[in-house]
Write a protein that binds this ligand. Sequence first.
Ligand code: HEC
Length: 389
Amino acid sequence: MRRWAFVMMALGLTLGLRARADDTTAGDPLTQSIMHSLFDPMSKVLPLSLDDNAFKSAEHRGEITALLKDLQDHATVLEMHGKRKDRAFEFIAKSFKNDAKNIYRWYTHGAYDEAQFTLRNITDNCITCHSSLPEHHKFPPAQAFFKAVQVDSLSPLAKASYYVMSRQFDEALNSYEAYFKQKDVSPSTLVTQSAFIDYLKICANVKQDLARPQRLIDAITLRSDISTATKAQLKRWSATLAELDKRQSLRKTNLGDAREILTHGRDQMEYLRDRDGIIHYLVASAILNRYVHDHPDRGQDVAEAYYMLGITESLLGHSFWLSRTEFYLESAIRLAPKAPFAPKAFDLLEQSYIASFSGSSGTHVPDDVRDLLAELQQMITAPPSGKSH
Ligand code: HEC
């Protein structure tokens, strides 16, 4: 039997035995076992992809083809598993599978540059999933992988991403902090970098710890090379972290709390993308990520959670590879097109697409996106179906 068929059968058996793997402190064993089978080919092929010669040479072709096939097959298993999860998990699992499929196809067609480029970016999927939810337990460090990618010789930010990918969150936070404490990067550059938000997400979502980033921010505030404006910004962030920590905001689990925190954040913002709202948005999104994870049932409350996640992600998201803002907003509309927030979700979705398809030669929204927007608009404005209850 082909290995792939065997994996599907094994998955089917496990799913049959475990109607729905509930997350306990031990986590979800089925997700874990799929992760192990993904990590294995990934940790072998990624080091090869870092070496141009090795990746393109005939010498490694058989080995790389087999590893990429393995990755694609297990990504398909993850995608199927995602259908039993919340929409946010399912979305990333699907994106991962598409990337894995493209990599295999490109590599086997000799399009090595495309395969290599996508292989380096596919890790964004691992990182996005891993940075969204609390850590249940420690996963042992993947020493052979770290040795193969020569992690010790990497810059702190590159190190941090490999650590998040392999769920070494303590090491990741240490690497980020080592970077933020480097004297040759000015404090004003630090706080405008997306790496800073990535760091905050791990503190809030994974570690549920607001005291640690506050300590870092307070330490940066003491630097002598800091501008008055940056210092004032950091002090405001520090005060917000202290206040939300005191209120134990990360322990909250309901939608009303997330909404209230989001509203406070918005009240502090004078203009769109004002960074003063970041800490509130970050904490609201930590609550919302857990909310959608804990409520895969897809009712109107879940729709509102996705709407609010669309708002938080429009400020906090930055990945050029995997954008979740549009997905969250589309989910909110599809799940509850008649809800009061649906027209607003649509406005933000439309703006977001227009921004991403605008350039120096004007706005070129692709046909499929136009069709999608028309379909969603129709769902919102269509008269009630007149079904009697
Ligand atoms: C769709 C979301 C998602 C994607 C994509 C994803 N992961 Fe995971 N991964 C998870 C979740 C959730 C857990 C935690 C499972 C638990 O403990 O319940 C996890 C756990 C792990 C673990 C630890 C397993 C254990 O036994 O504790 C490893 C290793 C891992 N992932 C590696 C990877 C790598 C490498 C990638 C990318 C190639 C990746 N993951 C992509 C969601 C994802």
